[in-house]
Design a protein around this ligand. Structure first.
Ligand SMILES: [Zn+2]
Ligand SMILES: [Zn+2]
Length: 174
């Protein structure tokens, strides 16, 4: 979805609110659009700030379903998107060398809402996927989900400080 921005760059006090459905195309890196299992409309307000400058204020709630980092059980977590971003008209892009990279979702006078949301979703992606805070994970020996009870495996890891002692004991046994 594209929104023309020229009025918001030129008309003082121009401001408009939208409730927008958006599409998620390709997300970069390890983020996958398929895991977005719920997405509410984006509430977006575009406002004139000064000549050649506008402000985008938005909020949206999504849900992603991903395997728990510890036990791999599919887990649904919210992604809360909330932003306020300044965008500038093409004729003012030279003023700040970083601005072009900060607004890759603006092409000339067109705001690409899908592209903006792809960026915002990545920024707000959950850093840790846990089915519950105290997830016990999987048994390193048999792969049993330890949230469903103990498996009975011996997962005792010897203290490395005693490793040398264990070697001596073995030699004595021989
Ligand atoms: Zn888990
Ligand atoms: Zn086990």
């Amino acid at each position: 979805m594209l929104i023309h921005l020229s009025d918001y760059f030129s008309q003082a006090n121009k401001s408009k609110s939208f409730s927008l459905d958006f599409a998620i195309g390709k997300l970069p890196y390890a983020y996958k659009a398929e895991v977005v299992t719920k997405k509410e409309p984006l509430e977006l307000t575009i406002s004139y700030k000064e000549k050649g400058k506008a402000v985008l204020t938005g909020g949206c709630r999504l849900e992603v379903t991903l395997p728990c980092d510890r036990c791999l059980v599919p887990t649904t977590l919210p992604v809360e998107v909330s932003f306020e971003r300044e965008v500038v008209a093409p004729e003012r892009l030279d003023e700040d060398p970083d601005q072009k990279d900060d607004q890759v979702f603006v092409e000339e006078y067109q705001l690409d809402v899908d592209k903006l949301m792809e960026e915002e979703i990545v920024i707000n992606w959950p850093t840790e996927i846990l089915c519950r805070d105290d997830c016990k994970g999987l048994c390193p020996k048999c792969g049993h989900n330890l949230n469903q009870g103990e498996c009975g495996c011996d997962t005792f890891v010897p203290d490395p400080r005693f490793a040398g002692l264990a070697d001596i004991m073995k030699q004595l046994e021989q």
